[in-house]
Design a binder for this molecule. Structure first.
Ligand code: HEM
Ligand SMILES: [Cu+2]
Length: 536
């Protein structure tokens, strides 16, 4: 494998110490960690905003803030959670850290491009946060930036749009880097079907990142041009077509939900065989279903537009195609359960959270069917039913797995063990709080409570109050998990090479991994999940 040896790895090694050693690093592990700190920060900021919105909704009437402030808060909450945490999260943190190691490589193929992605991410993030404080006031359009309001709003929409545009570039560069790394940097013997399933998840995701992101990038630039030059592409007052915006936006943003979930599903496919002490059941179908989801994901964007006036034929087609996504998703759930079947399951924190994930994500997925079928969607569209659905899918899905992955790989990334009891208590409180916070939203949504309102009618009160109390419980759970991690980093017991009995390559090198990961590039001879004592 010549490609492996020719990579100029860690050029700054030895040249810079201290903070510069981080800011100028090209080491994939350090870049992954820099993403981790940035993302946890933004997640906590957006969570605090969620907390404030829930506080406003605890009782009818104005409780804490003006309607305009609420509009700004849900916009910022959405923009940060979506563009700064959920979309880039797993590839940027765990992908960067583990993709090269799982492939048996010393780094990604373009280490400098990798660092550039991080800087673009930070610049986009700063711009998004700055839009709060500059002249015109915080953006108030919602994270979807729907026209024509996003053209007319006098708030700082242009900054937020430009921020999302830059973040898109960061995402595209990461995608290019990962695809090329997977094609060129696999260790000898690592054939396509010996790659860990997390790598397959990242691979499918990377294709969506590079093919779908440019569409939304150009669309957002067109809205900026429309705001500044009045060119009339989307604004009906200027002869433009607002529905065109929705098409272009969702052609990216539906596949983007698979950018969120495919890497998370990849991690689930790592955790389950590790803690079931079994080879994964249905390796091929799981790997291929990732590609299938990535592909079908491009064909379903119209399900966000059932009530926008598109034709009945297109609505019927989009509805049918939407149901198709259930097939590859079902393939995964089936194979995960079949892997656990007759396994000697050990319920450590990551596995515990995966079980919670399967429960919560299934509720998210099944309620997606309610939204995907025409007749029921018309009743619940733009209500709290939708808010409940996407929090179950995104937060219950990728969000839960982000934390499960932190616990799974913490020993490897930092060489420290965490207190398992504390982590499990945190995860349990998180899980209870999660359902208390979001489940009542299905009910009030069904009863007719619209989303994006700072106030509500008294008949919805009891559900809103329950939900707000749920947010306190959930936040307590998250803070316990984060504290557990911080304590582990400060004074955790030293982790050995392979605390969980994992079978992929990261478990064959020291914790934390040395500078170039492997002294000698390994030669791969067996499948990724073959346990020594496995019955398969
Ligand atoms: C990974 C975690 C999360 C993600 C990805 C997420 C995502 C989103 C998105 C995309 C929106 C829609 C914004 C819009 O309508 O423009 C939203 C709304 C909202 N979220 Fe979250 N969120 C997360 C966590 C939380 C947490 C922890 C809380 C509460 C503590 C929360 C409370 C809310 C509330 C109250 C709304 C506004 C509902 C409305 O008025 O329509 N979210 N969230
Ligand atoms: Cu969609």
């Amino acid at each position: 494998m010549e490609a492996v040896n020719n990579v100029s790895y860690l050029e700054y090694k030895g040249k810079h110490k201290g903070i510069l050693g981080w800011l100028l690093t090209t080491d994939h592990k350090r870049i992954g960690l820099m993403y981790l700190w940035a993302m946890l920060t933004f997640f906590l900021v957006a969570m605090t905003i969620g907390f404030l919105m829930r506080l406003e909704l605890i009782s009818p009437g104005e409780t804490l803030m003006k309607p305009q402030t609420y509009n700004a808060l849900f916009t910022l909450h959405g923009v940060i959670m979506i563009f700064l945490f959920i979309i880039p999260g797993i590839p940027a943190v765990f992908g960067n850290f583990f993709l090269p190691i799982q492939l048996g490589a010393k780094d990604v193929i373009f280490p400098k491009l990798n660092l550039l992605s991080w800087y673009l991410y930070i610049i986009g993030a700063i711009l998004a946060v700055a839009s709060l404080f500059i002249g015109g006031g915080a953006p108030d359009t919602g994270w979807t930036f729907y026209v024509p309001y996003s053209i007319r709003s006098t708030s700082n929409v242009t900054y937020a749009l430009f921020a999302a545009f830059i973040l898109g570039f960061s995402s595209i560069l990461t995608g290019i880097n990962f695809i090329t790394t997977i094609h060129r940097m696999r260790a000898p013997g690592m054939t396509w079907f010996k790659m860990p399933l997390f790598v397959w998840g990242l691979y499918s995701t990377a294709w969506i990142q590079i093919l779908a992101t440019p569409v939304v990038g150009i669309t957002l630039i067109l809205v900026i041009l429309e705001r500044t030059l009045g060119i009339g592409i989307f604004d009906p007052a200027l002869g433009g077509d607002p529905i065109l915006y929705q098409h272009l936006f969702w052609i990216y943003s539906h596949p983007a939900v698979y950018i969120m979930i495919l890497p998370a599903m990849g991690i689930v496919s790592e955790i389950i065989p590790t803690f079931s002490r079994k080879n994964i059941f249905g390796y091929g179908p799981i790997a291929m279903s990732s590609l299938a989801i990535a592909f079908v994901g491009y064909l379903v964007w119209g399900h966000h537009m059932f009530t926008s006036g598109i034709s009945d034929t297109s609505r019927a087609i989009f509805s049918l195609l939407t149901f198709l996504v259930a097939v590859p998703s079902g393939v995964k759930i089936f194979n995960w359960v079949a892997t656990m079947y007759k396994g000697s399951i050990e319920v450590r924190t990551p596995m515990y959270m995966v079980l919670g994930f399967i429960f919560v994500f299934s509720i998210g997925g099944l309620t997606g069917l309610v939204l995907g079928s025409l007749s029921t969607d018309i009743h619940v569209t733009d209500t709290y039913f939708v808010v409940a659905h996407f929090h179950y899918v995104m937060f219950g899905g990728m969000g839960t797995i982000f934390f499960a992955a932190l616990f799974y790989w913490l020993p490897k990334m930092f060489g420290k063990m965490y207190n398992e009891k504390a982590a499990n208590i945190g995860a349990t409180i998180f899980f209870i709080g999660f359902n208390l916070l979001y489940f009542p939203m299905f009910i009030i949504g069904y009863l007719g409570m619209p989303r994006r309102y700072y106030d509500s009618l008294p008949e919805f009160q009891i559900y809103h109050t329950l939900s707000t109390v749920g947010s306190w419980v959930l936040i307590t759970g998250i803070l316990i998990m984060i504290t557990t991690i911080v304590i582990a980093l400060l004074k955790g017991r030293k982790a050995d090479m392979n605390p969980w009995g994992g079978t992929t390559l990261e478990w064959t090198i020291p914790s934390p991994p040395p500078v170039e990961n492997f002294n000698e590039i390994p030669t791969v001879t067996k499948g990724p999940y073959e346990h020594e004592y496995s019955d398969k």
